[in-house]
Design a protein around this ligand. Structure first.
Ligand code: UD1
Length: 433
C-alpha cells in the first residue's frame, strides 16, 4: 500500500489552488438521475469518491462523458456530462455503497423518478454509527413505504410518485436534507423541509436543481420549500470550491509559520465558521484578487476552545486539522465534538508524535507542546489523515502516513499542491515498502 513520507520543518509559501468541493460534487452528480436530459458539471475534483460514484451512477443507466479531463491546465477540475435517458436499474449494490456512504444519495432521485429504489444500507464507519433513519422518515412523510431486508432498504412510492409533505428533521442532517430536496423536486404538490441543514454544499445543490427547472425557495435557510414539477431539464453547473480543503491548507500555512495564497473565488464566504475559529487562534486572512492570503499573525497559535456545530458553526470536518494545529498552541485548547460520537481516532496517532491530548467523552483537552516528533502513523478516516499530514509538516524528522487511500478520497493532488509550496513530502510506492 502507498504511503506519504514527510520531512517536517519547512515553511510553506506560495500559491495553492483550491479544488471543487467533494461534498458538493457528490449530491450534484446524483441529481443527474432526476432528468432524462444532460447535466454537465464542471470543476469536479479528481478524487476516488468521484470515480466511485460515477461507477455507481453508470450502473443505474447514467451515460457519462468526460468533456474535459482538466489535465491540460494545472489544478483545473474536470468537466463531465451525465445523461440518463432511462434508469436501467433501481438497485444500488452493497459492493459500491460500502465504499462510500454518500451513495445513499441516489435513493431520493431514484425514488422520485422511478417510484421505487433499493439501496444497500451503508453500515457503520470509522467516525461513528451514522444511521440513515432521518432520510427514511423523510421519504415516509412523502408517502413512501420503506422495508428493510437482507441489508437493503427498499422504498416504494404508491402510485409511482412521491407526494409533497412536511418533513421536519429532529436533528440537522446534511445528507438527509439533500436526499429529500432532490426527491421533492419531482413529487406531486409542495414539500416543506423544516430544520434543513444550511451547509453551502446544499445551497450549491439547490442552485443546480433550480437551473434544471426545479422550484425551490428558502436557499441557505432552515426551511426549504419545494414545489414539485413534472420533469427537470438539462443544465450546466460549476461545483463550488472546497471549504474543508481551504481550511486545511489555511491550517498548514499557520502551523509552518508560512504564507499561502489560496486561489479560488468566494472562499471566505463559504467558510465563515472555520474563519471565525482560525482568526481567534491568530490566523490572518487577507482577500486578494484571486482568493485569500493566509498567515499566522503571531509567534504561536493561540489555544482556544472549539465546538463543532452544523453550518454556519465550526464544521466537524475541520476538527481533526484544528486539533493538529492546537498540539503546538500557546496554552491549551478544549475541542468538543458534537456531531459524530467517535471522531477522535486521530488522537492516539497525534499522541504518538508527542502531542499532549486527553479525551473525556466527546471533549479533547489539548495542551500545547514545544515539538512534535515524526513517526509512522495510520489514519482511519479522511480528515484524520489530513491532521497527520499537517502534524508531519512541522514534526522533527520524518513522518510516514499510511493508509492514504483515505486522502485519495478527498484531497485532490495533495502531494503536488504542498510540494509546490515548499513542503518536503512524497508519495512512496507501496511495492517497495
Ligand atoms: C456530511 C458530510 C460529512 C460531514 C457531515 C457533517 C458529505 C458527503 N458528507 O455527512 O463530510 O462530516 O455531513 O457535516 O457531504 N444522523 C442521524 N440519522 C440520519 C442522518 C444523520 O442520526 O439519518 C446523524 C449522524 O449520525 C450525525 C449527524 O446526524 O451524528 C449529522 O450527520 P449528517 O449531517 O447526516 O452527515 P452526512 O450527510 O452523512
Amino acid at each position: 500500500m502507498d504511503r506519504i513520507a514527510i520531512t517536517g520543518g519547512f515553511r510553506l509559501e506560495g500559491q495553492l489552488a483550491i479544488s471543487g468541493a467533494k461534498n458538493a460534487a457528490l449530491p450534484l452528480m446524483c441529481a443527474s438521475l432526476l432528468s432524462a436530459e444532460t447535466l454537465t458539471l464542471s470543476n469536479l475534483p479528481h478524487l476516488a469518491d468521484i470515480s466511485t460514484l460515477k461507477t455507481l451512477l453508470e450502473g443505474h443507466g447514467v451515460k457519462t462523458k468526460v468533456e474535459d479531463d482538466g489535465q491540460t491546465i494545472a489544478n483545473k477540475g474536470q468537466t463531465i456530462s451525465f445523461t440518463t435517458p432511462e434508469i436501467t436499474s433501481t438497485v444500488a449494490p452493497y459492493d459500491i455503497v460500502r465504499k462510500m456512504r454518500a451513495s445513499i444519495l441516489v435513493l431520493g432521485p431514484l425514488l422520485a423518478r422511478m417510484g421505487e429504489a433499493t439501496v444497500s444500507l451503508p453500515g457503520g464507519c470509522a467516525i461513528g454509527n451514522r444511521p440513515i433513519d432521518l432520510h427514511l422518515k423523510g421519504f415516509e412523510e412523502m408517502g413512501a413505504t420503506i422495508e428493510l431486508e437482507e441489508g437493503y432498504v427498499r422504498a416504494v412510492a404508491p402510485g409511482g410518485r412521491l407526494k409533497g409533505g412536511i418533513v421536519n428533521f429532529p436533528t440537522v442532517s446534511v445528507g438527509a436534507t439533500e436526499n429529500i430536496v432532490m426527491a421533492a423536486t419531482l413529487a406531486s404538490g409542495t414539500t416543506l423541509i423544516e430544520n434543513a441543514a444550511r451547509e453551502p454544499e446544499i445551497s450549491d445543490l439547490v442552485l443546480c436543481l433550480n437551473a434544471m427547472g426545479a422550484k425551490i425557495s428558502g436557499i441557505g435557510t432552515k426551511t426549504l420549500k419545494v414545489i414539485g414539477v413534472d420533469r427537470l431539464h438539462s443544465a450546466h453547473h460549476s461545483v463550488m470550491p472546497d471549504r474543508i480543503e481551504t481550511g486545511s491548507y489555511a491550517v498548514a500555512a499557520a502551523m509552518t509559520q508560512g504564507e499561502i495564497e489560496l486561489i479560488g473565488s468566494n472562499l471566505l464566504d463559504v467558510m465563515t465558521g472555520t474563519v471565525g475559529v482560525l482568526k481567534s487562534a491568530g490566523l490572518d486572512f487577507t482577500p486578494t484578487d484571486n482568493g485569500v492570503l493566509v498567515k499566522l499573525g503571531r509567534d504561536k497559535v493561540k489555544g482556544i476552545n472549539v465546538t463543532t456545530q452544523p453550518y454556519p458553526g465550526f464544521p466537524t470536518d475541520m476538527q481533526a486539522q484544528v486539533m493538529a494545529m492546537m498540539t503546538l498552541c500557546d496554552g491549551a485548547s478544549v475541542i468538543d465534538e458534537t456531531i459524530f460520537e467517535n471522531r477522535f481516532m486521530h488522537v492516539p496517532e497525534l499522541t504518538r508524535m508527542g502531542a499532549d491530548i486527553t479525551i473525556r467523552g466527546s471533549s479533547a483537552m489539548v495542551r500545547g507542546v514545544e515539538h512534535l516528533l515524526g513517526a509512522p502513523v495510520m489514519a482511519t478516516d479522511l480528515r484524520a489523515s489530513m491532521s497527520l499530514v499537517l502534524a508531519g509538516l512541522v514534526a522533527d524528522r520524518q513522518t510516514f502516513v499510511n493508509r492514504i487511500y483515505h486522502l485519495d478520497r478527498g484531497y485532490e493532488r495533495l502531494v503536488e499542491k504542498l510540494s509546490a509550496c515548499g513542503a518536503h513530502i512524497i508519495r512512496e510506492d507501496g511495492k517497495g515498502i
